[in-house]
Design a protein. Sequence first.
Length: 727
Amino acid sequence: MGGIGKTTLANEVYNDACIRSHFDVCAWATVSQQHNVKEILLSLLRSTKGDTFDMNDEAELANMLQKSLKGKRYLIVLDDMWKSEAWDAVRLCFPSENKGSGILLTTRNTDVALDAGTKNLSLQMDLMGLDESWNLFKSVAFANEALPSEFETIGKQIADECHGLPLTIAVVAGLLKSKRAIENWKSVEEDVKSFVSNDPDERCSRVVGLSYDHLTSDLKACLLHFAIFPEGSEIPVKNLRRSWMAEGFLKLENDLEGEAEKCLQELVDRCLVLVCKKSLDGTKIRSCKVHDLIYDLCLREIQRGNVFIMNDIVLYVAEPECLDLSMHKMQPFKRVPGDLIDNPYFGLYRALLTPVHRQLRDHDNNDLLKQTCSIFSFHLNDSCFILKSELIHFKLLKVLVLRHRDIDNFPLQILSLIWLRYLSLVVHGHLLIPPEICRLWNLQTLVVKEYDPSFVTCPVQIWELVQLRHLKLPRFYLPDRPSVSVDKERDVGFSNLQTTSRLSSCCCTREVIMGIQNVKKLEISGDEDDYESFWESGLVNNLVHLHQLETLSLTGTYILWPRTLPASTPSAKSFPATLKKLNLTSTYLSWSYLDIIAELPNLEVLKLMGFACCGEGEEWHPIVMGFNRLKILLIERSFLKYWKATDDNFPVLERLVLINCKCLKEIPIEFAEIHSLQLIEVALPYKSNIPWAIWNPPLTQRGSPQPECAARVGVSDSDTPHGSRPA
């Protein structure tokens, strides 16, 4: 039975700090109805290793997974498994070494549970009783509000009509969360009563449909967009937001990102979208997904064609040299079987079309190409880029996501897609963006991902992309902004730019910084050949002009070690006062320099990663009354030995994360005096015999009750906490 709470229960177990402390490795994979073995292995490896291995085949991935688990106590969650074949495909990856490891499997099929060998270790989920149903309904519909008496009677009746199915209860309560007129509640009660069916899934589907019918047109489009992705996919929120912006689902023209966040939050509040990961400080949703019953709803609504049409281009390439347009015409969307997707001779493109094209016939394929507004690619093999020559036909394309691994030159055919707003490519090696990029004057998001270490060179004409809001590239060099465009007819500058990543430190001149002065999130990468330019060229001093900057990441290079530390470093006034999050990686600052960082007035999150700080003696003695707003402190891979601090140094700290700090003798006992502290996480190096002094917070401090503080201790052999749901 779907929606009974299997995934919710598994998630509670998986994220419980006490449970996780018993395991060296924690990993999660969603299997889904159309299972894809490679995607399952990749999901588990991303949790255990923290990297992506898309270029490896299944056998290599299975071997890597087994090696990453060998000799360790692990907790594996395989969620939503429909078929025994899926279990058979991955079970040999999990070593049986009697170390107390555990595999938690959720399924609707009793036979699958039996085949997995859980006959005496299975839990049959029960429907909720009346009291449980009402408590769940009330917690969703009136999360932080007092319950008016006139709503209680009708609310209990609605909860009762949901017959104890948690998803049904949550969805109908989410629908009523924003409705405070008793007439609306009575109307919903009548609707729910009319859904007479002995099939719980059918009743739940009708309630989900009712909630969908009450959505605004923009929220409907945003929800249906989840069907673009393979079933069960955990989707990065930033990709989702930028796609919604490019598709034109959002009404506002200025704060598009804020409007996208509001839409997502409303779908979450209505229990139509599930949150998978949050930011380290818990304020942002990092990834999300939809329940398979809601995914089914999205597919049904798309097939009606009222919002947009979704078609597939399923590719079959018998021989690489035998490519023909007739081989991959568009066809109406259908669930592609998992074994078909896994076949190395297949690839899958998914296309969105405007709803005017409701009938699909062989002779109108060219017309369909012209009316396609989005193309996403999934499950592509190493074959050549066979849609490359056809891109010129997609005249109205707004979104193009290509995951081919053989792109080493910028596809020139893309330059004819003048309505393009979102472009995502994967490359290897050096990428030279052509000057004609300025033709894509509607571009809002440009993403270039790398499989091999890459460097991107941008032409001066890129400054003419005045609509650009998000620029995510491998390490790249940005030339100085010209005063006018090359053809002297266009404005230049990134006045709309919100985020950019891996900008080379060598090009962070005052002219470049002034050209991106509205950026909110910025990552700067140091040059391997010129360390001095990172700190001594005035780079950081130029950042003071970024009056909207909230998140800054400064990344050096491990090649620098050992290297003489800079003679002079910038003051706190060199950083924008608006800065809330600061990430330092391989910057090799002295620990005493953190006294300057402590003066930043609005800093809430500080991450010190990969030898961000070092120095003689490896001691950190923070100044008194610093970090007045710091809530999250993460120190990863450090030689820090002695840390002397008081509660005055971190007065509002809520979470401390220590990863592979193998030289640290102890956490300062004075941290017990920090009343805001909620969680300490310590990830120890795998097979480490290093003694750790971990204190247990006393029950009372200074005569008052001490807030509950949890300690989570584990082991790791990677750079990030294994399986951590926050990101």
